[in-house]
Ligand binder design. Sequence first.
Ligand code: ADP
Ligand code: MG
Length: 278
Amino acid sequence: MLSTDGIRMQHGDSTTPKLLAQHLDVVYVNHKTGAETVALKDISLDIKNGEFICIVGPSGCGKTTFLNTVAGLIKQTRGSLMIDGQKVNGPGKDRSMVFQSASLLPWRNVLGNVVYGLELHGRLNKETKEQAQEYINMVGLKGFENYYPHELSGGMQQRVNLARALAVDPQIILLDEPFAALDAQTREFMQKELLRIWSETKKTSLFITHQIDEAIYLADRVFIFGARPGRLVDVVDVDIPRPRDLNIKRNPRFLELVDYVWSIIEAESSKQGFDDRH
Ligand SMILES: Nc1ncnc2c1ncn2[C@@H]1O[C@H](COP(=O)(O)OP(=O)(O)O)[C@@H](O)[C@H]1O
Ligand SMILES: [Mg+2]
């Protein structure tokens, strides 16, 4: 299902993938002992503009490493990584991250947190501030601009994180288990909200999750990573039409896809000789 060969690489060409990884390896080296950990091995994949990709796989299979490499925070050891046909050389304002944990600045209110990235980039002006306000409205926090993080629920805090990531108007949004700390009901609600926001913004999204049903519900395609070393073992097309309501999670095709992804992850986990799927 991968089609990384033979793709024309002119910038702006509609056939140029938004993101293209070719034979990507990431090796961590312990500078004290010299010990090497191969976190990612020979990852080749491409992602289209506006696509919603979920990444699943057992703990330690390199999901976070892959996201950080796309973010430009980690440099690949071998292979290439391109966005719009251009080599990734460190972080850029075309990408923003949404983390799992409470990563909001506690001394700033909602608006202050949302405009923080714009401030860092030296791009805070009347126009970008208005746009930030629009994203606050889009994530459903209109009226909460002056609240501080400790005054918000977990779900609301993740809405702020999402608005903050959107406010810099990135091309790609990178989400590392953003809903993992939420209770089950809030999590489902946020999944639905995220799809609504994605359909309004059409930002290319890479979303890591441990929950297979979350991956199938959100994604156009699910990338399954395997561990030791971390590599791409399968790509699943989610052929369930959009818009998707939460009740599609009871649809037979949905359950079939969940079972399929489980079976691949299970096979990968048993290859490791222990079960760390959680
Ligand atoms: N900074 C680091 N230094 C050394 N090894 C690391 C570092 N970060 C992650 N690793 C190792 O790389 C592998 C992949 O980790 P990670 O990308 O966090 O996986 P995942 O997000 O899928 O759980 C693991 O074996 C982990 O221990
Ligand atoms: Mg991780």
